[in-house]
Design a protein around this ligand. Structure first.
Ligand SMILES: [Zn+2]
Length: 256
């Protein structure tokens, strides 16, 4: 009897250790594959495309340097705040949704442990685990309330209750990465003016676009050079179109 209990405890301990190890691996995995590094590159890309369009759109109309500088700065701040707010709101809402679902699950486990146990057994069986082993696994999972909740949350909601994301950190990171991208086409107008600044902004943006595109290929697994050229083309089209529109509107504005 005592022996069985010790064996069970040991099994549970090792199960918990496995769960901890597994969650470590998953975190590791998620960080490499998705997560913050990828979000950062997308943030830089957004800032770059958004502000180069704005700045070249204005530059096309050939206003004074102060106007371009002010608009570029406003574009940087407006875009960064908008990205940060969007990130915060969506992550906050998602977190609240998960917390609510996890709370429902917690109550279910508390009130109907048997049916929740059955649920796990069915789940393991559906994955091809033999009935007896599935039942033993479910016993172990359900024996510890925290592990039980974690298991149900993972299996039914696909989330780890301990890592539901950090909305404020995500918002701050969005703000910072967008700003990094947005400042690239702005810098030449902070230090120079006229056609030289326009050319410098185009060159700086092109180089940054190639770098961003190359980095994105790390996450997409595509050819780095194709990814870099695609990013360059997107920036060129966005900047070219707005420059043309700015030029047309600016000229007609002067004429009228
Ligand atoms: Zn459940």
């Amino acid at each position: 009897m005592a022996q069985t209990k010790t064996a069970r405890t040991a099994a549970r301990e090792s199960g918990r250790a496995d769960a901890a190890r597994r969650s470590q691996f998953e975190h590791h995995h998620r960080d490499i594959q998705g997560g913050s590094a990828r979000a950062a590159v997308f943030g830089v890309s957004d800032g770059l495309v958004s502000n180069v369009s704005l700045i070249l759109g204005l530059a096309g109309a050939n206003p004074s340097n102060a106007v371009i500088r002010l608009a570029g700065l406003a574009g940087l701040l407006g875009g960064a705040f908008s990205m940060a707010a969007g990130e915060y709101i969506s992550m906050r809402a998602q977190k609240e949704l998960f917390l609510r679902e996890i709370e429902i699950e917690r109550r279910e486990i508390e009130r109907h442990p048997k049916s929740e146990h059955r649920e796990l057994v069915h789940l393991y069986e559906s994955r091809g685990i033999p009935a007896e082993l599935a039942s033993r696994l479910a016993d172990e999972m359900m024996a510890d309330p925290k592990l039980a909740l974690e298991t149900h949350a993972r299996e039914e909601l696909g989330v780890n209750p301990d890592s539901l994301g950090q909305p404020i950190a995500a918002a701050a990171s969005s703000f910072a990465t967008f700003s990094v991208g947005a400042i690239v086409p702005l810098v030449p107008f902070l230090t120079g003016s006229g056609g030289t600044a326009v050319i410098a902004a185009v060159v700086a943006t092109a180089v940054a676009a190639l770098v961003v595109g190359g980095l994105l290929s790390v996450f997409t697994g595509r050819n780095w050079w194709w990814s870099a050229i695609r990013q360059l083309l997107i920036c060129a089209v966005a900047g070219g179109v707005t420059y043309g529109i700015g030029h047309a509107v600016g000229v007609s504005g002067v004429a009228s």
